[in-house]
Design a protein around this ligand. Structure first.
Ligand code: MF3
Ligand code: CO
Length: 289
């Protein structure tokens, strides 16, 4: 169904189509005809939806701030889960991981050679020298936010510090490449080139995702793709930049017993940082970090 020039725009702006998304739609249609992978309307966030996501992100970031203030050697990952559950619910949110496809806790806590999706447990105690990723995701009034940070526990080796730092910088290199009418692969190439320059590797099988109205929306986001590949970034597209970086080989294995925890196959350490961004007319805006 084609909108008339004077019809209200599909984005909910209450503006006429011709002065809102009409040229945008024409541009997308031409690109689609040329064989470029472009997102459809369902993935384009409206200004109102972006405000909703920001409100959700406020809770998400408050959780990570609260964890960062108290995380220490001797603490269990269950205590981290307790903090995330408490802060989220006190602020009116719902922890998105809780019961998500059977995930039993409110947050993922991934220590050392755990790549991602570590399950908090009262018997899992943080030790001096550990590196740990805390991955928080929030639902608030139907809007989803998602970000993760690394924490250094006590005296961390120089190599492990470097892994954590390079991973953060790689995410930032990717962020610099997020602008409209370029490809997700442009961002991905910036990430993996930076990682490989430092002698580390990027996990291939697990990536980022679109997010906003659902926890995991299209597109799936690779960090090993190359420039010109993958979906085109257009204003309103909202997704995560969350590369997982291994000190050794990129290969990963799933823990068959719990069905969630992902480890490096070679036992090397792994780090991850995650932010959530939305593409704008001129570049992008970081919504959650
Ligand atoms: N933040 C993680 C992600 O982006 C959440 C993992 S899903 C869970 O996929 F169920 F493990 F929480
Ligand atoms: Co995510």
């Amino acid at each position: 169904m084609k909108l008339g020039r004077n019809d209200p725009c599909w984005c909910g702006s209450h503006r006429k189509y011709k002065s809102c998304h009409m040229m945008f739609d024409d541009k997308l249609e031409k690109l689609r005809e040329q064989g470029v992978l472009v997102p459809d309307h369902s993935l384009i966030k409206t200004p109102e939806q972006i405000e909703g996501i920001k409100a959700s992100a406020k809770i998400n970031m408050a959780c990570l701030d609260a964890v960062g203030e108290v995380i220490h050697a001797g603490m269990s990952t269950q205590e981290i889960d307790d903090i995330v559950y408490r802060v989220t619910t006190e602020m009116g949110g719902i922890p998105a991981p809780l019961n998500y496809q059977g995930f039993p806790k409110s947050v993922c806590t991934s220590i050392n050679d755990v790549v991602c999706h570590g399950i908090p447990d009262e018997d899992m105690i943080l030790e001096d020298g550990d590196i740990v990723n805390v991955d928080v995701s929030t639902i608030y009034k139907g809007y989803f936010s998602d970000s993760s940070r690394m924490f250094l526990i006590g005296n961390v080796s120089d190599n492990d510090r470097k892994l954590v730092q390079v991973t953060k910088e790689a995410m930032e290199k990717g962020l610099e490449k997020v602008r409209p009418w370029t490809h997700l692969g442009d961002m991905a190439q910036a990430v993996h080139e930076y990682v490989e320059k430092h002698g580390f590797s990027v996990v291939r099988e697990i990536g980022g995702h679109g997010i906003g109205l659902e926890f995991h929306e299209d597109p799936w986001v690779s960090y090993v793709a190359n420039a010109g590949e993958e979906m085109m970034m257009v204003p309103g597209l909202c997704f995560t930049i969350e590369p997982m970086v291994n000190a050794g080989k990129p290969d990963v294995v799933l823990d068959d017993e719990d069905g969630w925890t992902i480890y490096t196959e070679d036992g090397s350490k792994s780090a991850q940082w995650e932010i959530q961004v939305v593409v704008t007319e001129t570049g992008c805006e970081v919504l959650c970090w």
